[in-house]
Write a protein that binds this ligand. Structure first.
Ligand code: RTP
Ligand code: MG
Length: 139
């Protein structure tokens, strides 16, 4: 995957609360092109693997339970400087610290249930995109 791509999930809280359309609008209005998109659901094992980097954290069990409890939207996004610019668009992990105009400011309800995921590096963007999408699903 090119380094001008990032990976996102609209998390189960935001899907359940009916925010898919508004969040996708914020993403495209923010200058990101959607190159892969699907509604899917993580199994417990999928969520454990996806967030394995956090396995030693106290919130890991809660995070896995949350991320596997309902449907998510997975997407690969393209833009110059995609990883960093998308982290700016989603805002701080804790919505209480998220800037005005960010997705988490608008739709996150807590530090755990914070509406969206954004990859934290080009390397992880490629790994996470490949976790969810076959090559023929990446446009
Ligand atoms: P993400 O990976 O989902 O984009 O979020 P992030 O980089 O902003 O935050 P990260 O440190 O990678 O944490 C991953 C997700 O774990 C949940 N979390 N809960 N209860 C807590 O203190 C806590 N801290 C983190 C959040 O869902 C966070 O997005
Ligand atoms: Mg993270």
């Amino acid at each position: 995957m090119a380094t001008n791509r990032t990976f996102t999930m609209i998390k189960p809280d935001a899907v359940q609360n009916g925010h898919i359309g508004n969040i996708l609008a914020m993403i495209t209005n923010g200058g990101f092109k959607i190159v892969s998109l699907k509604l899917t659901q993580l199994t417990v094992a999928d969520a454990q693997e996806f967030y394995a980097v956090h396995a030693a954290r106290p919130f890991y069990g809660e995070l896995v339970e949350f991320m596997s409890r309902g449907p998510i939207v997975a997407a690969i996004l393209e833009k110059d400087n995609a990883v960093e610019d998308f982290r700016t668009l989603i805002g701080a992990t804790n919505p209480a610290e998220a800037a005005e105009g960010t997705i988490r400011k608008a739709y996150a309800t807590s530090i755990g249930e914070n509406a969206v995921h954004g990859s934290d590096s080009d390397e992880n963007a490629a790994i996470e995109g490949a976790f969810h999408f076959a090559g023929r699903e990446q446009f």
